[in-house]
Design a protein around this ligand. Sequence first.
Ligand SMILES: [Zn+2]
Length: 405
Amino acid sequence: MFTFVFQRVIFNIVNFSKTKSLYRDGMSPVVKSTSRPKWQRLPTKNVYYYRCPDHRRNYVMSFAFCFDREDDVYQFAYCYPYTYTRLQHYLDSLERRNLDYLQREQLGLSVQQRRLDLLTITSPAQQNPEKVKKLVVLTARVHPGESPASFICQGVIDFLVSQHPVAQTLRDHVIFKIVPMLNPDGVYLGNYRCSLMGFDLNRHWQEPSPWAHPTLHAVKQLIVQLSQDPKVGLEFYIDVHAHSTMMNGFMYGNVFEEEERVQRQAVFPRLLCHNAPDFSFSNTSFNRDVVKAGTGRRFLGGLLDDTSYCYTLEVSFYSYMAAGSTSPVPYTEDTYMKLGRNVARTFLDYYRHNNFIDDKPQIPNHINSMEVLSQGRQGNGNWNGRTSGGERGAERKNQSIIGEY
Ligand SMILES: [Zn+2]
């Protein structure tokens, strides 16, 4: 599109189907340009979300933008992108470090022959041969448009491969199996929810087809095989998503008859709530809706035994409410990654809580203390000369849970 300097353009993005949207709470698209390559959120006040009779009464999101530099190329996105290529570069850089506690393998290929990567992170030496190592499985990007899930996943990986004493202790006792991108074709093609062939893969866990859903088929086979392996104790399956109507990070879990199991399932989200200022236990919920029957969390919850926990970890596409603050804090790439790091270190609290890990590593106080998220707003005064605000953040608490995943 040819523009001249200071030309103002109104973009109309049509065919949104949801009445509820974080656009109504102050979310805005992100933008970058050649001379300002860091993605930033547009000013909230330039964004409108409304029902439109010209588009079958579906919703339209409109935003005004002023092109301020003649030679720049501008790009816009729904949220901070995290592409298949970026993941491949990241995994290549991890591999080059030759860490003896990190293994990368190709678990399978997508329909369009893209890599389905699997990382295994654990100490190679068995500390205590009598003790069966615990196993944590984490997957992300089954819904390709939910790019915040990739930042969280990278935050988890970065922490687990680090020299942080908590990470070292975790590697000694736990095996982490991570599939960072469950739907690589969908991510590559820019799909929001579906695979290349138009499937919502998170509704096909019950019977994934090796030709129509090859990546899901491969991951399910892996998890089933691990669940039957007496040499490891599969305890957690966490599938990471992003949510288009809720704020904060939160979890979905399963419903059980036995109160004791319900309480056990609540332990991890409670500990995470303590560790991550953007994670909300009150938004966390446990359900068994019929429409969720084909999701990873629901299906594997029925498959694994009663000492295993399956969660969906959700994070807002937009913002979180920090304790004591009155306006939402927009997430940045870095704060999404911090949530990932906080998820990773919560496993140590969990395994100490359960007395599985009893050796206390010598962790200096300043490291052991709670990692506090930066409360600062991302400065975006460069865009149209305005700063973003949370003016529209009136309705932000106690939103009803509408199944996004
Ligand atoms: Zn999702």
